[in-house]
Design a protein around this ligand. Structure first.
Ligand code: UD1
Length: 340
């Protein structure tokens, strides 16, 4: 198939592009490079020895996007384009709603104009309400779309709803909503990986920057949660496993909207992450406990059995693999794509 990969130059998008190319698909990346690098695409081409077609445009601008895509043919859309910084979304909610919702509406419109019915959407475990007492791992039947603590998370829940409603009006639409848990790791070559701008919000890139000496010390956000060591527990999934989940979703599309968790089913605490990364890198990770971060939950771990069963997909890589590959990326590219 020829796949339109919206947001294909970003951290997750570049790994999805690589996996699609290696599976024999053609890839048309649409990206505005607001938070991504051309070098990521260059390196994907180099790693796969394939050509990625690229259109640089902002999908929240309908007229420009429509014109840019007018002569393009594609069989399916994988939509990962959007703004994703939680703190920034609290400070600039209108920009988050405008960008993230409009891009989805515009893509759906352009798909209809091109007669394209296949869509894989990048959603997030952030759409789940905090787990009720007694619930260990979250499956897709858990309540979602309320109790979300920031506009970024709301845009994911609202985009899910937009896709469901449009599917009702266009029953031929075949959509999959992928709820990512916490993507980490990098391609094992160390050539592509996560390159956050500014101070990383997320744990893994922050830990990696402490290990390389770019940041002094990790602030652990709270150690009194009801977890095995008091720190927050998350389901960290290797980005290559996540990328393969998109390929599996593409292969299992059928009319309707299906929702799948992409996670491992295994939880790691912040202290577990510090220990594993220290082992992988051979470096000390200086850290100290500070107050909990507003909006954080104690535990968010997937029950991935629906995706395992119905998509014939499973996260295969270990957390140690993810730490090793993050370290390879971080140590070969200490300043990301731009630092040389
Ligand atoms: C966060 C977002 C979520 C988003 C996801 C994207 C919040 C409340 N949630 O998830 O909406 O989809 O990123 O990847 O921001 N931690 C520290 N010190 C740090 C950073 C994190 O102790 O400097 C802890 C957190 O408290 C948490 C764990 O590490 O327990 C993971 O944090 P993070 O990587 O930010 O992911 P989430 O909070 O799960």
């Amino acid at each position: 198939m020829r796949i339109l990969l919206a947001g294909g130059a970003g951290y997750i998008g570049s790994h999805v592009a690589l996996v699609l190319l290696e599976a024999g698909h053609d890839v048309l990346v649409v990206d505005d490079f607001s938070n991504s690098a051309h070098a990521a695409i260059d390196r994907v081409q180099h790693l796969t020895d394939r050509t990625v077609e690229l259109i640089e445009c902002d999908l929240s601008d309908l007229a420009t996007s429509r014109a840019a895509l007018r002569d393009q043919e594609f069989d399916a859309v994988i939509h990962l384009a959007g703004l994703k910084a939680v703190g920034e979304s609290v400070a600039e909610p209108a920009r988050y709603y405008r960008t993230n919702l409009t891009a989805t509406l515009n893509l759906l419109e352009i798909m209809a104009e091109h007669g394209v019915n296949r869509l894989v959407f990048s959603s997030s475990a952030t759409v789940y309400a905090p787990a009720a007492e007694g619930v260990e791992n979250l499956d897709e039947s858990q309540p979602a779309g309320h109790g979300i603590t920031n506009p970024y998370g709301w845009t994911k829940a609202m985009n899910e709803q937009i896709i469901r409603d449009i599917q009702v009006s266009r029953p031929e639409l075949e959509a999959v909503l992928l709820r990512y848990f916490n993507p980490v790791g990098a391609h094992p070559s160390g050539r592509i990986g996560e390159d956050p701008s500014g101070i990383p919000n997320n744990l893994m890139p922050f830990v990696a920057q402490v290990a390389i000496g770019r940041r002094e010390r990790l602030a652990v956000f709270g150690d009194e949660y009801p977890t095995h060591d008091g720190t927050g527990v998350r389901d960290y999934i290797h980005v290559m496993d996540l990328a393969e989940g998109h390929l599996a979703a593409l292969d299992h599309l059928r009319p309707g909207v299906a929702t799948y968790n992409l996670g491992t089913g295994v939880g790691q605490s912040v202290f577990d992450v510090v220990r594993a990364f220290s082992d992988a890198s051979g470096r000390e990770i200086p850290h100290g406990v500070v107050a909990p971060r507003a909006g954080d939950v104690a535990r968010a771990v997937a029950d991935p059995s629906k995706a395992n069963r119905e998509l014939d997909w499973k996260a295969k890589r270990s957390f140690a693999d993810a730490c090793r590959d993050t370290w390879t990326w971080q140590s070969q590219n200490p300043n990301g794509y731009t630092g040389g």
